[in-house]
Design a protein around this ligand. Structure first.
Ligand code: HEC
Length: 172
């Protein structure tokens, strides 16, 4: 084969491989950002959190640290993680979370044992009258304690309705 043709073909292959990688990454980003990409079910959200590695890869809620002392009912110590869309809403003081925002909070007992993971996931059109949040609570092994439009979660968090149902910091 002519050397020039060979180099040309090699370049084509490299371009194909790289554009494949870039496309794949683009898809990953979309899955995290859109409410439709991750179905609002306990199982799908848990799979997604595990796949994302939320507790190693996500940022903590701004101005919180690992294992900060927490008020009841969630646990004596808490670590609260947020995905990118949620983080932007908090730092940008946007007043509300966008579609696809996820908050995942590790709830620890007094002796710092992980007891539950409490999750809020914003899904546009899911439950407009209560802020479009999907609620879920898991045992550390992923067993679902509660999920969906959970009355108990909504009743208490509704005290923060003007703050898009969250307690940890002001969104405005
Ligand atoms: C009796 C009131 C009460 C109930 C019931 C309750 N929460 Fe909370 N939740 C709080 C308070 C207070 C905070 C802030 C302190 C903390 O993080 O524990 C909070 C924080 C959170 C956070 C971190 C985001 C934020 O609001 O600042 C998540 C996620 C969460 N709760 C999920 C849930 C889920 C899921 C349920 C239902 C299974 C639930 N909560 C039930 C009072 C409650």
């Amino acid at each position: 084969m002519n050397k020039k043709v060979f180099v040309f073909l090699l370049c084509l292959i490299v371009i194909f491989v790289f554009s494949g990688i870039i496309l794949a990454q683009g898809k990953k980003g979309k899955a995290a950002a859109g409410g439709k990409a991750v179905p609002a079910t306990g199982a799908a959200v848990w799979d997604y959190l595990k796949k994302e590695g939320y507790s190693t890869k996500w940022k903590m809620w701004p101005k919180t640290t690992e294992m900060y002392p927490g008020p009841e009912p969630h646990g004596a110590f808490l670590t609260t993680y947020v995905n990118d869309p949620a983080l932007k809403a908090i730092t940008g003081k946007r007043g509300k979370f966008p579609d696809g925002a996820i908050i995942a909070q590790d709830n620890y007992s007094k002796n710092k044992k992980l007891k539950f993971i409490s999750v809020m996931y914003k899904v546009k059109g899911y439950n407009a009258q209560d802020g479009d949040w999907f609620w879920a609570q898991y045992k550390p092994d992923g067993r679902i304690e509660s999920e969906g439009k959970v009355d108990e979660c909504i009743k208490c968090h509704a005290a923060q309705k003007s703050n898009d149902y969250v307690y940890t910091s002001k969104l405005k």
